[in-house]
Design a binder for this molecule. Structure first.
Ligand code: SME
Length: 140
């Protein structure tokens, strides 16, 4: 998958275009419940939904709220084996059972997060984390 991601990223400067095709790439390989990006709006102190694949999603998430807002605040990846056990989890869909949220950095600043939801428990581990962190590095 990283090889395909590299070829998507190569020569493309538009981050939204890359995000859109990264979502398509992840979904075509893994068929998760939902894969998408939330973009940081610093003025509003919110995340705003960006390119995604899957069912309708929450459009805005406050800083520090939910898994996405928490990963933004903590400035690190959060792996959630069971969303029901994550305090403040935002349920955009009842089908979502586990989740991983990976911050996208531009230098030292977080500009977006990648959020992947699974309809199975405990879908994501440290190996997914490592691969996805490598993947999002291709965006900046
Ligand atoms: N569950 C996320 C919200 C986004 S949706 O899953 C697409 C959260 O708690 O931040």
């Amino acid at each position: 998958m990283l090889l395909s991601a590299r070829s998507i990223a190569k020569g493309e400067t538009n981050i939204i275009a890359k995000m859109a095709n990264f979502c398509a790439l992840i979904q075509s390989e893994f068929h998760f419940w939902w894969t998408g990006f939330y973009l940081v709006d610093n003025a509003m102190r919110q995340l705003i939904v960006g390119p995604f694949q899957g069912p309708l999603a929450c459009m805005r998430i406050e800083y520090g709220k939910g898994v996405c807002g928490s990963a933004w605040k903590a400035q690190k990846t959060i792996v959630v084996p069971d969303v029901k056990k994550f305090p403040g989890h935002i349920a955009c869909s009842e089908e979502s059972k586990s989740e991983i949220v990976v911050p996208v950095f531009s230098g030292a600043e977080i500009i977006a997060v990648l959020d992947i939801d699974s309809d199975q428990l405990s879908t994501f581990d440290e190996i997914d984390q490592t691969y996805l962190e490598d993947l999002v590095r291709l965006l900046a």
